[in-house]
Design a protein around this ligand. Structure first.
Ligand SMILES: Nc1nc2c(ncn2[C@@H]2O[C@H](COP(=O)(O)OP(=O)(O)OP(=O)(O)O)[C@@H](O)[C@H]2O)c(=O)[nH]1
Length: 679
């Protein structure tokens, strides 16, 4: 116990106040979330950078390789021309004798070069750089200065020489030139000048980008004195390719200048538009050119982010789709479960309804706070209400039978206050047809908690038919009871009724201290009557005697009974000996007054009675109980009757000691009591 108290005290002790720690914890939490978000942002940015730099590097490398391959292929084609002995002999012969068929042959050869190898132009030139032939016919004029220089170099080196990309007034576009020298043995014959349009063959190599970024482009750049000369195909700007000349000293931060200055790989710079760009620079093998691929930083990042968002969006969409599918599946299963439950509930309700109908029992709940009944269909039908299952307290009170309304309310009120089960039957007037019906209500009040309203749940049963049957049964039983105590011939009480009355009246006599008298009587010579007049007449005689006797007895409590055969007895509560004798004599006179002829009688010509009279007083028989008193009364009256018979009949004898001696000469013997089943 002590331990419990200690524990309770510990439990009840106020806890330390830590509320001031909460803002600190919240601040720390916020700080760590912010720091985490910053770290994630930094990591993401770094990842973007690596991703973009890697992508740009790959593009630059691919384009540079494309350029190198392209140049190598052109050089190989030019070398093949130099080594073509047939071509050299044909040129030598044509130069010796300019026959038209030889010229046509050479023109054909030049045409094949233009069409198959996709050169813009192909010229045959002599060793001085004079233009001799082209696919369309003879040509006139001199090689431009750079090509002239390249021709001399080619003739000296006996191998093709490239004239790098440049602008020439004779062409409307940047050109790339090749001079393939021709020799007849060791004797130089001239050369084939191959002209390439950079726009159609070279620039497309720089325009292959995996991105739609508008600022992404690749530029060819080379040093020319103190300037960087750049050729940009201007991939997506819809403009003519431009050639830029950037003085090195003025554009130090420009990516093209930096590339010319020797920077390689990926680097960040600011271009001629003052935009921050990411650039990758690499040298094109076997050429003075550098390839610079660049993209605006903002543009590249937004594109990478867009790609990531696209991926994320795709993932999120897939996730949502999956969630949607799961939700639909869950919903479908819930719907299936609900449908099964509903089915089962409906089956149960139907079963309950049928059971209620079969038993004519309805159930209800009464809410004491709302003063409303919620009932089953059967209960509504019993009260004669619509099947919506609702009934207010006022409605219910209106249905109660006016004779019992107050009593029913009292019974309900008591059950509610004392929380005792309610078992009651009362009458109602049905709401729909105002028919009077009996109902039996069983209910119990309950209350889940103090906050909840108390409610009564119970059953109501229409017992009208049962009540009617019970009433009929009780009437029938009462009639049967009466029949059991009635003599069928004379319609007066029988021996059983007499015995019950004697016991009952003796108890009353004892209570009230009053006497109780008995007169026993017997029709004289009745055997002779039967013998003379027949049994039917005998029955009739007995009926007339009984009628006469009952007509005389008018006092409440006086009882005439047929004791057996032609014997009658009269019980006289409150009668002492004189009063009993007076009644007996009057009875005798009454029968005599009938003057029923009796030719067989030895004592008179009419029907007469012999009577024995006795009266007991509780004062003299204080300890005698009902059964015993009845025995004494019957015995004494019978003894007196016996004496009356013995002494000549047609007389009244009062019981006395001599009567008993006469009745039982060998001594007194108590009479056996008469029980109802003896009848
Ligand atoms: N008709 C008719 N006769 C009955 C009835 N009950 C008894 N008896 C007859 O009543 C007669 C009674 O005869 P007893 O007991 O010899 O007596 P008694 O002939 O009246 O002679 P005492 O009583 O000595 O005067 C019998 O013959 C019975 O058959 C009855 O209900 N109807």
């Amino acid at each position: 116990m002590q331990m419990l108290t200690t524990l309770l005290r510990q439990h009840a002790r106020p806890r330390p106040r830590v509320w001031w720690l909460l803002p600190l914890v919240a601040l720390l939490l916020l700080g760590s979330i912010g720091w985490g978000a910053h770290r994630i942002y930094q990591e993401r940015e770094l990842r973007y950078r690596h991703q973009i730099e890697g992508g740009l590097h790959a593009v630059n490398l691919l384009q540079m390789r494309g350029l190198a391959d392209w140049r190598a292929r052109r050089m190989a084609e030019a070398a093949a021309l130099t080594q073509d002995g047939l071509l050299a002999r044909a040129v030598a012969q044509w130069r010796k004798t300019a026959a038209p068929e030889r010229e046509a042959l050479l023109r054909e050869r030049l045409l094949i070069l233009v069409e198959q190898a996709r050169y813009t132009a192909a010229y045959l030139v002599d060793v001085q750089g004079r233009l001799l032939l082209q696919p369309q016919g003879t040509a006139a004029g001199l090689l431009p200065a750079p090509e002239q220089q390249a021709l001399q170099q080619a003739l000296v080196q006996a191998q093709p020489v490239v004239v790098e990309l440049r602008r020439d007034p004779a062409f409307a576009f940047e050109i790339y030139g090749l001079l393939a020298p021709l020799f007849d043995g060791d004797r130089p014959l001239g050369a084939v000048w191959l002209v390439v349009d950079a726009r159609t063959t070279l620039y497309p190599l720089l325009q292959t980008w995996p991105s739609h970024s508008p600022s992404a482009e690749s530029v060819l750049v080379r040093r020319q004195g103190d300037a960087a000369v750049a050729l940009s195909p201007l991939r997506l700007r819809g403009e003519e390719p431009t050639a830029l000349q950037l003085p090195l000293a003025q554009h130090r931060r420009d990516p093209l200048v930096q590339a010319v200055e020797g920077v390689r790989g990926a680097f960040y710079a600011s271009d001629y538009r003052e935009q921050e760009v990411l650039a990758v620079a690499s040298a094109v093998p076997d050429s003075p050119w550098l390839l610079v691929s660049k993209v605006d930083v903002a543009d590249a990042f937004s594109e990478a982010q867009r790609r990531e968002w696209l991926g994320l969006g795709l993932l999120a969409s897939l996730g949502l789709l999956l969630l949607g599918c799961i939700a639909m599946l869950w919903q479908w299963r819930a719907w299936q479960r609900e449908r099964a439950l509903k089915g089962e509930l409906e089956r149960n309700l139907r079963w309950l309804d049928n059971a209620q109908k079969a038993a004519a029992v309805g159930y209800f709940t009464y809410d004491t706070r709302r003063e409303t009944f919620v009932m089953s269909r059967m209960a509504s039908a019993i009260f004669g209400l619509p099947a919506d299952g609702r009934m207010t307290l006022r409605q219910w009170m209106g249905l109660l039978h006016p004779d019992e309304g107050a009593q029913v309310l009292q019974i309900h009120g008591r059950a509610m206050t004392e929380r005792t089960p309610l078992r009651t039957q009362y009458r109602i007037r049905r709401a729909n047809d105002r028919q009077e019906r009996w109902v039996e209500v069983w209910g119990e009040y309950s209350q889940a908690s103090a906050a909840e309203p108390s409610r009564m749940t119970g059953t109501v049963q229409d017992i009208t038919e049962r009540r009617h049957t019970e009433e009929q049964l009780s009437r029938y039983r009462a009639a049967l009871e009466a029949q059991v105590r009635l003599d069928p011939l004379t319609q007066v009480a029988n021996r059983l009724a007499l015995h019950e009355a004697v016991t009952h009246e003796w108890s009353r006599a004892q209570r009230e201290g009053t006497p109780l008298a008995m007169v026993m009587m017997d029709v004289d010579h009745f055997k002779a009557y039967n013998d003379y007049y027949g049994h039917v007449a005998g029955d009739q005689c007995l009926r007339r005697v009984a009628e006469a006797l009952s007509a005389l007895l008018g006092r409440a409590g006086d009882l005439l009974a047929r004791y057996g055969g032609e014997e009658f007895a009269v019980l006289l509560p409150g009668a002492d000996v004189p009063a009993a004798m007076a009644v007996a004599l009057r009875l005798q006179d009454q029968v005599r007054a009938l003057a029923l002829e009796h030719r067989g009688s030895a004592c008179s010509g009419i029907v007469t009675l012999s009577m024995g009279v006795t009266s007991l007083h509780p004062q003299q028989h204080a300890d005698v109980a009902g059964q015993e008193a009845a025995q004494i009364l019957f015995q004494q009256a019978d003894a007196a009757l016996y004496t009356a018979k013995q002494t000549g009949r047609n007389r009244v004898v009062l019981y006395g000691a001599d009567c008993m001696a006469a009745l039982h000469p060998s001594g007194w013997t108590p009479l056996t009591p008469i029980e109802p089943h003896d009848l």
